[in-house]
Design a protein around this ligand. Sequence first.
Ligand SMILES: Cc1cc2nc3c(=O)[nH]c(=O)nc-3n(C[C@H](O)[C@H](O)[C@H](O)COP(=O)(O)O)c2cc1C
Length: 310
Amino acid sequence: MAERLDLTVDLGRGLRLRSPVLVASGTFGYGFDAPQVDRAALGAIVTKGTTLRAREGNAPNRIAETPSGMLNAIGLQNPGVDHVARVYAPVWTSWNLPVIVNVAGDAIDEYVAVARRLDGVAGIAGLELNISCPNVADGLQFGVEPDLAAELTSAVRAVTRLPVIVKLTPNVTDIVAIARAVEDAGADAVSAINTYVGMAIDVRRRRPVLSRVSGGLSGPAIKPLALHAVWQLAQAIRIPVIGVGGITTPGDALEFLLAGAAAVQLGTVNYTRPEAAGEVHDGIAAYLEEHGWPDLGSLPIRSAGVLANA
Ligand SMILES: Cc1cc2nc3c(=O)[nH]c(=O)nc-3n(C[C@H](O)[C@H](O)[C@H](O)COP(=O)(O)O)c2cc1C
């Protein structure tokens, strides 16, 4: 069935994916630990947030379950960019699957140094900037202030030929303003969204469950919120929007595509149902087939912006 269909997606600057289904940063490591996931169904892997130097992350508890998703405060545990470039990237060259490195830091210079180190390294298809990190200079997250988000984006843009995707935080008053700022600063695409800040309390011990008190909420609980953000963004900016947040089924992914997303990322579901990515890919293909549409651009609501007036 799927052979006649074209599920490719163009995310700009030569980043062409064979499928609109990606796995989200932090839920798939560096691609080595999830043999259950059918790599053939994936458009790309987005790695764990990578910093200039190795980081150990936060002390336990770093994860808490909630009735409809999970809270995490992993704290950017990663081996550092040099290890990624020297040890992981050479392996990725043999995968026939683009790997996008998620980049994090606590100063603009750190993001720039990571981007510089990865520029021209075989096996790396793009960068995704996690702008939900606090800037040590003022304690403010890069992603909550349009000027700061733009400054970070253009600084990275200036030192790499790789496609630059900016991952937006939903913990802001006006996500569209941030997206417009990073688009103007040279981002090739945005992904929306990162996790929502939340917390959980152990009433027996009368203490927060997470060692860092607050953490990021992900999973089905945030899907309607993420969908709304994507719908707003798709109308406001011209660069592609990658939808992420609570997607677990083909129907969820189709909602994002109809809201205007060019592609989707699956995150938390990879922990409980690693086969979901393959199912979502096949479900999107079946939906196109059922309607006689040859490619994703044929989705009529998406291309005509009909939802904008709904
Ligand atoms: C355990 C965990 C670790 C994460 N680490 C990162 C990270 O390093 N960088 C990043 O940009 N997003 C990170 N995220 C956010 C996810 O990539 C995604 O944006 C979010 O979880 C919403 O999608 P989901 O509901 O499908 O999980 C992490 C999420 C989880 C659950």
